[in-house]
Design a protein around this ligand. Structure first.
Ligand SMILES: Cc1cc2nc3c(=O)[nH]c(=O)nc-3n(C[C@H](O)[C@H](O)[C@H](O)COP(=O)(O)O)c2cc1C
Length: 343
């Protein structure tokens, strides 16, 4: 099979495996240990709780990001269309899945052209940072942003996933200067994320020095890409090796707290294992400005835009109630609400 057809097969495998198999990390996000300060006398009205916020100078109706998932194939076009329609009506942000396929096959382009469904949303283009060592440069990254009319570019860091893939791109040597060059050359902000094993405070400092505009910690506790890769391979030894990484990574709560503590000024996205509006509230209290979900949204995204909207409605109801019983009338107040930790 050619390298190009391999990318498309991999894309379909990823979605299918995420839908059909147990790909949850065996570690938790750590958010279950965070207890927000309950307020029995909120002194606000539930209906006046305001979920709106802004991120990278874009207004959002709720601090939610559809984390980067897919694109490039017919099935992924349906998923992206449902997500984009729902994002537009809910006023939330959306990340595209890796657009590498669209640089190689023009037929893949339409799954990334979502502005016809979502003209106003904060939309992120996406590519693996490691591709900067495999022939992708500033010109190609500009092309990714332009093909999607995106507002910013997300680079994902996924060394463990690449190492577990038989066809993985594992040369992560000297990426930082290339990220730095990209940040200085693109006219849109560059955001860096992990894919579910977390960004440490040390890596965050390096990225901030390189000029990234925001960081998505994408910590452990949700979708485990070692599990996904385990289900993709038929080779027994590779399966066993992948299975041993199921609990790998920095749990989301830990990554979030340490990155925020060391770099309080950097716009921060929390993701990795978030499932509810309460998780969103906890992440905001821990220092996040925006909260991302992938696995939680995938199943409804394969069904319809209405199903995705139903999930958004549920999340916003939970977040609103949570803010109400914390006595937080807006997102800024929620960020300062205070919390404790249990074991
Ligand atoms: C089907 C699927 C495909 C994904 N593809 C990408 C991708 O192309 N680029 C990327 O940055 N992250 C990708 N991710 C990772 C997510 O953006 C996210 O970081 C990770 O799944 C952890 O979040 P979760 O626990 O909410 O699922 C993908 C996730 C899923 C479920």
């Amino acid at each position: 099979m050619s390298e190009k057809s391999e990318i498309f097969r991999r894309k379909n495998d990823h979605v299918r495996i995420n839908l059909e198999e147990d790909v949850q990390s065996s570690t938790t996000s750590g958010l279950e240990h965070i207890v927000l300060n309950h307020c029995a006398l909120p002194e606000i009205s539930l209906e006046n709780v305001d979920l709106s916020t802004s991120f990278l100078n874009h207004k959002l109706k709720m601090p939610l990001l559809i984390s980067s998932m897919t694109g490039g194939t017919q099935e992924s076009e349906r998923i992206n269309t449902n997500l984009a329609l729902a994002a537009q009506s809910a006023g939330v942000a959306m990340g595209l899945g890796s657009q590498r396929a669209a640089l190689e096959r023009t037929a893949a382009l339409s799954s990334f052209r979502l502005r016809r469904f979502a003209p106003d949303i904060l939309l992120f283009a996406n590519i693996g940072a490691v591709q900067l060592n495999y022939g992708i440069g500033v010109v190609e990254c500009r092309e990714l942003v332009e093909m999607a009319t995106a507002d910013a570019l997300i680079l994902h860091l996924n060394p463990l996933q690449e190492a577990l893939q038989p066809e993985g791109d594992t040369n992560f040597d000297h990426l930082l200067p290339k990220i730095n060059h990209l940040c200085r050359s693109l006219s849109v902000p560059v955001v860096v994320k992990e894919v579910g094993w977390g960004i440490s405070d040390k890596v965050a400092v390096q990225l901030i020095e390189a000029g990234v505009a925001a960081i998505d910690v994408a910590g452990a506790g949700g979708t485990s890409w070692s599990q996904v890769e385990m289900f993709r391979t038929a080779d027994e030894t590779s399966r066993r090796i992948a299975s041993h990484f199921r609990n790998w990574g920095i749990p989301t709560a830990q990554a979030l707290r340490s990155v925020h503590r060391l770099n309080p000024g950097i716009p921060l996205i929390a993701s990795g294992g978030l499932k509810t509006g309460i998780d969103i509230a906890k992440c905001l209290a821990l220092g996040a400005d925006l909260c991302g979900m992938a696995g939680r949204l995938l199943h409804s995204a394969t069904t319809s835009a209405e199903e995705v909207t139903n999930v958004f409605n549920e999340l916003s109801k939970e977040l609103r109630i949570c803010m109400f019983v914390c006595g937080a009338s807006d997102i800024e107040s929620l960020k300062n609400i205070g919390y404790s930790e249990n074991d």
